[in-house]
Each structure stands twice: as C-alpha cells, then as structure tokens.
Design a protein around this ligand. Structure first.
Ligand SMILES: C[S@@+](CC[C@H](N)C(=O)[O-])C[C@H]1O[C@@H](n2cnc3c(N)ncnc32)[C@H](O)[C@@H]1O
Length: 290
C-alpha cells in the first residue's frame, strides 16, 4: 500500500517498469517535448508533476539544453521515484539547465506554496490518481505564469504487446487482461477518498480550469516485432503486473496462463519469444493561461 498517494498503489515498487517504459517511450515522446518547449519564452520554468522515474523531464532537459537553458522542476509524492527522477534528469541536463526536486501532492490545494510558477506544466498519468480531477487541474492551472501551458497525458490507446494466440491457454488473453484492468481502474477511482465523477473529456476539463487555446494530439508508441531484449523484459513485467493488479477479475485459467508466461524457467516464458511488440498511443491535451 502507498504511504504517499491516494490510490493504494505502491509506486516505488513500480520503479523498474516505469524506467523501462521511459526508455521505450522516449522516441515517441521526444517530438512531444520539442513541440511543447518550442513555444516557451527564454530560460523557461518547466514543471513535471507526478514525474515518476523522470523520463519526460530527461527529454525536456535536453530540449532546454539546445536553447539557452532553463529550469526543470520535478514534483512527485513518492520519494523513491522523485530521487530516481532527480538522478536521471540531472545526468541529462547540460550546464545551463537547472534541475530541482520537490516532494508534493497534486491533491494538496497548497501545492502552489512549494512549486514555482511554470511556463510549461506537464502532468502525465497522474491526474487520474487523485479524487477530484477537476480540482487538480484547477490547481495546476493556478501554477502557470501568464501565457503558460498546461499539458496533460491522459487516455489514449492502451498498449498492446501480445499475439492473439500464444500456444498456451485460451486465445485472446490480452483483451481479457485489459478488460480486467479496466474493472480494477474503476474500483481504484471509486476507492480514492473524496473521489468525484468527472463525466466529460479532458479538453473540456482544461477549459473548465480556465484555460484557452485548448487542443489535443497523439503520440504513437510503435515497437514492431521481433522487439529488443528490453521490450521482452518490459512485456514480461507488464503482463505480470496486469494479472497481479487485476487478477481477481480474471478466470483461474488465465491466471495460470500468465504464471506460465512469466516463469523464466518454464517452456512458455515470454522473455524468449521473438513475436512480441509494443503498440499504443498516448493522448496529450494542452491549454494556455491567458
Ligand atoms: C503512472 S505514474 C506516471 C509517471 C510519469 N509521469 C509517466 O508518465 O511515466 C504516476 C506517478 O504519479 C505519482 N503520484 C500519484 N499520486 C500522486 C499525487 N497525489 N501527487 C503527486 N504525485 C502522485 C506517482 O508517485 C507516480 O510517480
């Protein structure tokens, strides 16, 4: 159980998977970082809330290093992830780029007291982990400098990585894993203290938070077969994690199949396959403070 966040997730335990995802996503997200940084003023302040293992801020730091520098502020509620993010982003930052780490809770309305005003505020995969998502967006919008941009990565298309038939268990395991995950997600949201419905999409939510020039775009994650060793390792983690977090919504035979697929000593181990892939899309939604 998490001692730091509202979602009952042990985020520190997910460090290895987040690091692998950062590496695999970097090619698709580098153009996103370039696009978001391109319109910023000189020596901007970029804040990454819920920074996780720091992958996106590595890309922001590189973009700032290609310009006249600036500041990257890392914010996360999980100390182990914040420490890792500081390490990797500092290593990527050239001399004129300053890196600051700040522990903080997105659900804390007083967050503004600890985080500097931003020219670009990035929040990927974190807003849906707080009870009142609309209030969190208002908090983030309130942390922008005039003309500043809030960009959130939420939704998109779930990653796919497995062939339909695996030679073990019933065909179509992956859609069942994702359906189980969706059931887990609904319960996770309902279980957050102070959880309120937000029955509309992210672009409307950004407008409700007082932002203008709201737009969305996608970033395709596309690692075709046969995939690298890293991709195989990531898929083994991902399949095991999906089954672990959402196992109660899976039939017993699917749980057995996952156990076989993730057993490095067994004949069905995913880590030896040459037909794994990673295909999905991130959706990025942006709005500007006038
Ligand atoms: C799904 S990970 C996303 C990490 C990274 N932004 C990415 O896209 O890979 C969620 C991150 O949000 C952090 N987090 C969860 N709830 C939070 C909260 N209330 N305030 C700040 N950070 C939070 C977790 O510690 C974790 O690092």
């Amino acid at each position: 159980m998490s001692a730091h966040t509202h979602d009952d997730i042990d985020w520190a335990d997910r460090l290895a998977q987040l690091r692998m995802a950062d590496t695999l996503d970097a090619e698709a997200l580098a153009p996103v970082a370039r696009r978001l940084v391109a319109g910023l003023p000189e020596r901007p302040v970029v804040v990454d809330v819920g920074c996780g293992a720091g992958g996106m801020s590595v890309l922001f730091a590189r973009e700032l290093g290609r310009r006249d520098g600036g500041t990257v502020v890392l914010v996360d509620a999980t100390p182990a992830l914040l420490a890792e993010a500081r390490r990797v982003v500092s290593a990527a930052a050239a001399g004129s780029v300053e890196v600051v780490g700040q522990s903080g809770d997105l659900a804390d309305p007083e967050l503004a007291g600890r985080v500097p005003a931003a020219d670009l505020m990035w929040a990927s995969g974190v807003v849906h982990h707080v009870g009142d998502q609309q209030a969190a967006l208002r908090t983030l919008a309130g942390l922008l400098r005039p003309g500043g941009v809030l960009a959130i990565a939420e939704g998109g298309l779930e990653m796919r990585c497995l062939p339909w038939e695996l030679g073990v268990g019933r065909p179509g395991l992956e859609p069942r894993l994702l359906a189980a995950r969706a059931a887990w997600f609904a319960r996770m949201r309902a279980g957050i203290s102070g959880s309120v419905a937000m029955p509309y999409g992210w672009t409307r939510a950004l407008r409700e938070a007082g932002l203008e020039d709201v737009e969305s775009f996608g970033a395709l994650i596309d690692h075709p077969m046969p995939g690298s060793d890293l991709l195989r390792e990531y898929v083994v983690h991902r399949v095991g994690w999906l089954a672990e977090s959402a196992g109660e919504w899976l039939d017993a035979d699917d749980r057995d199949t996952v156990a076989a697929l993730t057993d490095p000593e067994g004949p069905d181990f995913l880590g030896r396959r040459d037909d794994l892939f990673l295909f999905g899309a991130k959706a990025i939604h942006c709005g500007r403070l006038r």
